[in-house]
Design a protein around this ligand. Structure first.
Ligand code: PGA
Length: 260
């Protein structure tokens, strides 16, 4: 199915791999990126291996012949300073990153990030010239108690409060139902499409229908080669944020191809 928006498929490697594996996975994806067709590909390695991946992509030399982009998994909201253990958005940019995942459910549930934290990070990442990939999604308990719409609405409106329409037009949103992340339980295409349509209507409320129509909304949560095509066929699903399956070049490329 062809979308009016170019799809974007990002691999969230989380806290996995070592330097050698990060390099070989990057090389495998870069060498075969053409197989994916017309889709933006992004690799989001652990921060410590970002320079390894940048070098393997040729970003350190100021070019990216493969067309594969680099992204962070998180960033601090300040430009620099006494924040032991943190990574500044400008540092990600400095080594050639173009994207940064923000507000992933693991950051929200395990590291206490709130919509206000995510909002500050979105502003900082935009100011550094990076494209934020802003994650939202309900837990199983929230879905089962009929609160999906309320929870996702609060996350979208809170995480993106006060962002001018010009900047909103540049962001990527990832809808990741928490119950689907790492569980093998993918949302049905209808469940995903319903929330994606809701997210787009909220983005229209924050900007305008014209701007919202341009914003790419990824689905994330147990995306695999065998379920990617049915998700890609949904009108408001413009790509995927892939965890587990992004650690294997074959699987990641097969998913990208379904969106390409
Ligand atoms: P998963 O993770 O593909 O392993 O479910 C997705 C994510 O957390 O971004």
């Amino acid at each position: 199915m062809s979308h009016r928006r170019k799809s974007i498929v990002a691999g969230n490697w989380k806290m996995n791999l070592d330097a050698a594996k990060a390099r070989s996975l990057t090389e495998a994806v870069a060498a075969r990126a053409g197989e994916a067709g017309s889709v933006d590909l992004v690799l989001c390695p652990p921060a410590l291996y970002a320079t390894t991946v940048a070098a393997a992509l040729g970003l350190a030399a100021g070019n990216s012949a493969s067309g594969v982009a680099l992204g962070g998994q998180n960033a601090h909201e300040k430009e620099s300073g006494a924040f032991t253990g943190e990574v500044a958005p400008g540092m990600l940019r400095d080594i050639g990153s173009r994207y940064c995942i923000l507000g992933h459910s693991e950051r929200r549930t395990l590291f206490g990030e709130t919509d206000a934290t995510v909002n500050a990070k979105v502003k900082a990442v935009l100011a550094a010239g990076l494209t934020p990939i802003v994650c939202v999604g309900e837990s199983l308990e929230e879905r089962e108690s009929g609160r999906t719409e309320a929870v996702v609405s609060a996350q979208v409106l809170g995480s993106l409060a006060g962002i001018p329409a010009d900047d909103l037009a540049k962001i990527v949103v990832a809808y990741e139902p928490v119950w689907a992340i790492g569980t093998g339980k993918v949302a049905t295409p209808q469940q995903a499409q319903d929330v994606h349509a809701l997210v787009r209507s909220l983005l229209a409320r924050l900007s305008s229908p014209t701007v919202a129509d341009k914003i790419r909304i990824q689905y994330g949560g147990s995306v695999k080669p065998d379920n990617a095509a049915e998700l890609a066929a949904c009108p408001d699903i413009d790509g995927a944020l892939v965890g587990g399956a992004s650690l294997k070049a074959d699987d990641f490329l097969a998913i990208a191809k379904a969106f390409g």
